[in-house]
Design a protein around this ligand. Structure first.
Ligand code: NAP
Length: 348
């Protein structure tokens, strides 16, 4: 397969490379793209690949079967159409196309059937929405879903390399007063992507609010959850919070089902669900989910003996299942549906 990654030097791009390798996806040609060219090539699977600046010509003329975008909304908006014009299918981690009518938002464990042969662009949903929908889909199947309320606890790596760097820098600065001389003072610094200090803090906003006081992340989580679950009328209330965790998001979820059910019945569905690790007893933390593709669900309980109101806690590695793994699963789905061989035939 001729495959390209735009954003190959970033956290999600690097994780896509790892997941492609783990899943032994055959790659004939790798187009490695970033915001700018690099002097050092990318070493991958025993070969080296030049890292080039992403541009319409290189992407359109590269005759790629599939282009992964793991860069920015601007890059996807500017470059995705050129990839499609060049005959490629696009799998995009940005929010650019997610809510566009006629564009599927596929989480393979939940709604693989939404894929149609005429689709050319496949957005990967918001990381918190993916983790939430993998956990909710089995519950929807057994008891329906009327409403959810969710509070997220999101790792700094969800904001890319700059998120990691901000936490590291603040941590070093805090400890430099104790005599540690590695504070990074004098080094070039990327600005923090967070609107308040993140070290030893929690930040309940991404810095942007709509007229109703919701953040952009909260709006994405609500709208994309409705689209993935095919429940346009679902009531979703979300508060998204950044926490000083390196990797893996957590979510506290409060849900109301359409029909009477029980912890026993919901627990059985979660135990048998694809992509879910259900912990009937005990707890699970973001550290337990690092490097794992499953969404871990724990602390399932009824609210005050209710048969319609339940609570649960979930954690998942948002760089893997919330981004790279979901993207590679979409590629596998396209391949399984024969859509990649059609692409190769059309391009030749
Ligand atoms: N991090 C997560 O957990 C997560 C989860 C779900 C979705 N996403 C989405 O995935 C995408 C990548 O996120 P990330 O966390 O990997 O970010 P990141 O670590 O900051 O990496 C960004 C990558 O995009 C490249 N890039 C930036 N602007 C570009 C442009 N105009 N043209 C071409 N390449 C460009 C960068 O290249 P340089 O190295 O040259 O700067 C770098 O390779 C974003 O859309 C993000 O919203 C991230």
């Amino acid at each position: 397969m001729r495959l390209a990654i735009v954003g190959v030097t970033g956290l999600v791009g690097g994780t896509i490379l790892r997941v492609l390798d783990e899943r032994a996806i055959a790659i004939e040609e790798l187009g490695a793209f970033a915001s700018r060219e690099r002097a050092e090539p990318l070493a991958y699977r025993g070969r080296t690949w030049p890292v080039r600046a992403a541009g319409t010509n290189a992407l359109r003329d590269g005759r790629f079967d599939v282009v992964f975008f793991a860069s920015s909304e601007d890059a996807s908006a500017e470059l995705a159409e050129a990839c499609i014009a060049g005959g490629a299918l696009v799998i995009d981690n940005s929010a650019t196309f997610r809510m566009r009518p006629g564009v599927p938002l596929i989480v393979p464990e939940v709604n693989a059937a939404a894929l149609r042969p005429e689709h050319r662009i496949f957005p990967v949903a918001n990381c918190s929405a993916i983790l939430l929908c993998v956990a909710l889909a089995p519950l929807v199947r057994v008891a329906g879903l009327r409403s959810i309320r969710v509070a997220t606890y999101q790792a700094v790596s969800g904001a890319g390399r700059a998120g990691f760097a901000a936490l590291e820098r603040e941590e070093r600065a805090a400890f430099s007063v104790l005599g540690d001389d590695s504070s990074g003072a004098g080094r070039a610094q990327t600005p923090s992507p967070f609107p308040a200090p993140i070290f030893r803090n929690v930040v309940p906003t991404d810095g942007e609010f709509d007229a109703g006081g919701n953040t952009r992340e909260e709006c994405k989580l609500a709208a994309e959850t409705r689209k993935i679950l095919s429940l346009p009328g679902l009531h979703v209330a979300a508060t998204t919070v950044r926490v000083p965790v390196l990797r893996a998001h957590a979510e506290a979820v409060f849900l109301e089902t359409e029909r009477d059910t029980s912890v026993g019945e919901l627990g059985r569905e979660l135990t048998n669900a694809d992509g879910v690790a259900f912990h009937r007893h005990g707890i699970v933390t973001p550290r337990d989910a690092e490097g794992d593709d499953r969404v871990h669900v724990a602390r399932l309980r009824a609210e005050d003996g209710s048969r319609r109101h339940f609570q649960l806690w979930l954690v998942g590695d948002q760089l893997r299942k919330g981004a790279a793994t979901n993207a590679v699963q979409i590629l596998e789905l396209l391949s399984g549906n024969g859509m990649l061989s059609q692409q190769s035939a059309a391009a030749s």
